[in-house]
Structure formats: C-alpha cells, structure tokens
Design a protein around this ligand. Sequence first.
Ligand SMILES: [Zn+2]
Length: 331
Amino acid sequence: MKGVMRDVLIALVLGTVLPSTVMNVGKVLAEQGKAGDRVAETEQTVSQEPETSAPTQGSELQMLLQQEDGQAVAMGMDAYLLGAVLAEMPADFEGEALKAQAVAARTFARRAYVTGGKHGDGAVCTNYACCQAYIAPEDYLQRGGTQEDVDWVRSCVEATSDLVLTYEGALIEATYFSCSGGRTEDAEAVWGTEYPYLQAVDSPGEENAAHYRDTVWFMPEFFAGLLGLELTGNPEEWFGETEYTDGGGVDTMTIGDTLFRGTELRRLLGLRSTAFRVDAVNGEIRITTQGFGHRVGMSQYGADAMAATGADYTQILQYYYPGTRLERVEE
Ligand SMILES: [Zn+2]
C-alpha cells in the first residue's frame, strides 16, 4: 500500500513551489515591520469558521488557508502543515527530511500571512504551482494513505512547532522543489532576483528520484513551432552558443537567430527543469533534463538523501538555505 500511495503522491505532489512573486528584499523587510498591522487587519476580515480537521496540539500560530471556493479560513499552523507536508512529500521519506519540509512550509505560510503573500490577503492556497500543495488528512486516508503515516507526519510537524527560517531578522523565501539532478540553482538565474541564501549548491544522492534524468524527443518542425520559429534544414545546425548558470541550468541558448533564456525554453517546451542538454539525433531533437522543478532552495530528494546519511533537519535546512537562522515565533 505504501508503494502505491507513494507513486500516486509523487506524481501528484512533487512539483515545484514558485516564490511568492519574488519580492525585493527591501520591500520584504519593510513589510515585516508591519506584521502586527497585517495580522490585526486579517483577523477582522476573515471568517472564523471551525476547522475541518482535528486541531493538533502545540502551536497556536494561525495561518489562512484559501479553500477551493476562494474563501480564506483561519486555522492552526500545525494542523495546516500536516496537510501540506502530506501533500508535498511522501510520508516514507526520512523523518528529518519531513521535519525540514515542515519548517520550509511553515516559513512559506507564515511569510504569506505576514506580507500578504501571492493572494494579497495573507492566505495560502492549495495549488502547488501557486503556493503549497495541501491534502486534508481525511482525503489522504480516503486515497489509500494510512493512519500510521498521518500520525507519523504529524509527529514530525509538531517536532518543529513554531520554528521558522529567517535571514537578517526577516522570514525567508523558503522555496523548495522535488529534485535538482545533482546541483541546485541560484534564485537570480531563475527569477532575476538575488537572495544570499538561495545559491547553487551540490545536492548529492538524488539518483533514485523519479525524474533525476529524463529524455524527451521532438520532431524538428514541432519543436520549431513551439518556439515560434520557422526553421528548415538540418536541425544539427540550428543550435548556436549556450551559456550555463552556476547551478548547471541553461542561462541562454541561441536557436536559429533567436536568443532564448533557459527559463523561457523550459516553459515553451514543457521541460522538467532548466538543466538540459540538446542534441540532434537521426533527424530528431533530443533533450535530456536533469532534475524536476525550479531547482532553487531545498531539494526534497536531496533532503531525504542527507537525512539517510545521518543529517538532522537543522543541518539539512542550513545546507540548502545557508546563512539563515532557525527561530521560534509564537503568537
Ligand atoms: Zn496560491
């Protein structure tokens, strides 16, 4: 059962979390200063419906969950994090990786609450491509998850209650993703904004990840069409100079006479990451990608690999978010 659940969840879950419209650090620091106002304002405007899942013990910290009907409801942070971690990471990952995931997800949700987040009202939605994935424990059980896994993940979340990551006193952009393919990426290379704690680092031990390396093939005409180009002749001659980022991603690539950013090519071609190589083979175009996701911040598979070799969650977080501090916040 665990294996089946894991496959389902990996497909469903291990996507990417985009940063909340990567704000510049100065603005973030300014907004942090208004945290008290933000909380007060939010509490007045949000309906206080009862929680649908059993409250967990420990943290009284609140967050706002945007439901599918668009309504935001206040709920206990750890109750929310149980559903977020269940949805974002397979329950059979190492406990220390699950704890690291809980801290990253708490930091993300807390930061949205304090700064307004992507939705402007402080809420976090359940869409992994927007905010963070979330599955209510009852739905997790209904889809074949076990109570044992729910209890285990809850214990991992509660082991980190109230802990968040900060940099120079402000909550960090705690971005994470499924698998780096061996090395993570600089935030600047992907979003154009530099963060001292989101720099490329090696991420060994991910070789067993489902999308450590993938190959996709394109027929040349189809490929050109996806890029909006009219190219003819031998595809081997279409590709000009390629510049790579520190994280091993494609920074820029010239195709025909057009210069593309690696992030743009990822989007247009639907690639799993910006870390890719292109070859023309037997008249077709072969693209080999490394990793899955934006590759900025914590690698989930890398965290699991670190935990398997004995690292605890504080070491995992310090490795993927260097220079940050683990701090306790309480309401
Ligand atoms: Zn969202």
